[in-house]
Design a binder for this molecule. Structure first.
Ligand SMILES: NC(=O)c1ccc[n+]([C@@H]2O[C@H](COP(=O)([O-])OP(=O)(O)OC[C@H]3O[C@@H](n4cnc5c(N)ncnc54)[C@H](O)[C@@H]3O)[C@@H](O)[C@H]2O)c1
Length: 445
């Protein structure tokens, strides 16, 4: 199938490259000429494990990038819209979605054959039918259903595991305004055999995505709220949550006596808060949508409130040992919002680092991949290092902000150091007895 993918960020580029790997003819479209040039040279503008290799295998053969949306739409049967849908402080910001819909509609005016437009971006329920479709209709002067199809296909990939998530999905949601739209979208995923495919309307497809993200965010904030109480009353949240995980409804016991450990249990763990380009903005957008619909979402409001407080817990722990931060040498480990990505959007490391700088701490930092993104925010206010041991060499305190596997090396790196620095584990990833001075989220000091 000939496909155009509009927007070549984390979702658009990964989708485009994976669909090319599955045999489709893909044209990626972006307004950013630098990104387009990089992609055409086989260099992904973002980091994602395996992406560069896959891009280089297919670039120039069955995937290309361009800024020419008209040509891409004219030469394809289906367009995926994968542009950003930020939260503007009040509600979901659909300006990119509206603009691209208008641009595609204008092309459809001059296109003779049937074309399907699919929203892949995360949009609040009702957007595809109520915003995208009318714009397409107006700009093209054509009839939805007869001349063009419209659908919604939410993306569930996780940054850091995006390629395997896309190539081996757990489910594919095929939302559409009619059977023809859904069937055409189904053809795009025809080679994903044996995968559960959910055929539905666009509003349900949109709701599935928000429900999934909101539930995962809720699990995290729930764990953090419990963690904060644990810290107050002298219980270790890791032990408390372990006891909860052992419920066989969460970790079923096989006949052999072994347990299945579903990955959702990783969301039932306390830490310094969730970030990223999805959970914070999606939960906020759903709250705003609920309010607009006359259905306030009080549980989700608390999810955001609890999350907003978590980065401060790191500073509170630090101040218990060092009441003044002026001149204190602090190593912030991890800038990415999670391991495996260079995405720092809404990462808890950002407010923590800002606070440290405001209080005149001397900050060094190390992140295996996200350094270049963090430098755009902090410039030379933070001493970024390319080496973990260098970043912590002079530190009075070490704050673990991202669960990078490499940080397991910290206890060994600190051996023999005198005096020992304070280690504050925002991800509860180290053994609490492995360093001399340990503090962690959900643990009484
Ligand atoms: N990042 C994730 O892990 C993830 C996962 C699932 C769903 N989503 C959703 O997917 C959507 C995209 O997210 P992302 O993280 O890939 O965004 P992104 O910000 O990384 O990428 C968006 C891209 O769209 C381009 N763009 C903007 N306007 C354009 C236009 N008029 N024409 C062509 N290109 C244009 C930008 O230049 C940018 O490259 C969002 O709705 C997001 O919520 C993201």
């Amino acid at each position: 199938m000939r496909v155009s993918v509009v927007g070549t960020g984390y979702v658009g580029l990964v989708s485009g490259v994976c669909l090319a790997a599955k045999g489709h003819q893909v044209t990626c479209v972006d307004v950013d000429q630098t990104k387009v040039d990089k992609i055409n040279k086989g260099i992904p503008p973002i980091y994602e494990a395996g992406l560069e290799e896959l891009l280089q295998q297919h670039i120039g053969t069955n995937i290309t990038a361009t800024t020419d949306l008209r040509k891409a739409v004219m030469n394809s049967e289906l367009s995926l819209i994968a542009v950003g849908t930020p939260f503007d402080g009040q509600e979901i910001d659909l300006k990119y979605i509206k603009l691209v819909s208008e641009q595609i509609g204008t092309v459809l005016k001059d296109k003779d054959s049937y074309h399907v437009v699919i929203v892949k971006s995360t949009v609040v329920p009702g957007t595809t039918d109520g915003v995208v479709l009318p714009i397409l209709k107006q700009a093209s002067g054509k009839t939805a259903g007869a001349d063009f199809g419209v659908g919604m296909n939410p993306e569930f990939l996780k940054e850091g595991e995006a390629i395997p998530d896309f190539m081996y999905p757990d489910r594919i949601v095929l939302g559409g305004i009619d059977d023809r739209s859904i069937d055409t979208l189904g053809e795009l995923y025809a080679m994903f055999e044996g995968v559960d495919k959910i055929r539905t309307n666009t509003k349900t497809a949109e709701m599935i995505k928000y429900t999934a993200n909101s539930l995962l965010a809720t699990l995290i904030s729930f764990s953090n709220e419990i963690g904060n109480l644990c810290a107050t009353v002298g219980v270790d949240v890791v032990e408390a949550m372990h006891g909860v995980h052992m419920d066989k409804r969460f970790t079923p016991i096989l006949e052999t006596g072994d347990r299945i450990i579903p990955s959702f249990t990783t969301y039932l763990a306390a830490g310094c808060g969730f970030g990223g380009s999805c959970f914070p903005k999606d939960v906020k957008a759903l709250i705003a949508y609920g309010n607009q619909m006359g259905n306030p979402m009080s549980l989700l409001e608390s999810v955001i409130e609890v999350n907003a407080q978590q980065p401060d817990k790191m500073i509170e722990m630090l101040k218990r040992h060092f009441p003044t931060l002026d001149g204190l040498k602090v190593a912030v480990l991890g800038m990415a919002f999670k391991p495996g990505t260079d995405d720092i959007r809404e990462s808890p490391a950002l407010p923590v680092t800002k606070l440290l700088l405001e209080e005149k701490a001397v900050v060094t930092s190390y992140d295996p991949i996200a350094r270049h993104e963090a430098e755009k925010v902090f410039g030379n206010l933070v001493d970024f290092r390319d080496d973990l041991s260098e970043a912590i060499a002079q530190a009075d305190a070490i704050l673990i902000m991202t669960r990078w596997q490499q940080f397991q090396e910290i206890p060994a790196l600190l051996q023999g150091r005198d005096p020992q620095p304070l280690v504050i584990d925002g991800r509860r990833m180290l053994d609490k007895t492995s360093v001399a001075k340990y503090e962690g989220i959900g643990l009484k000091s």
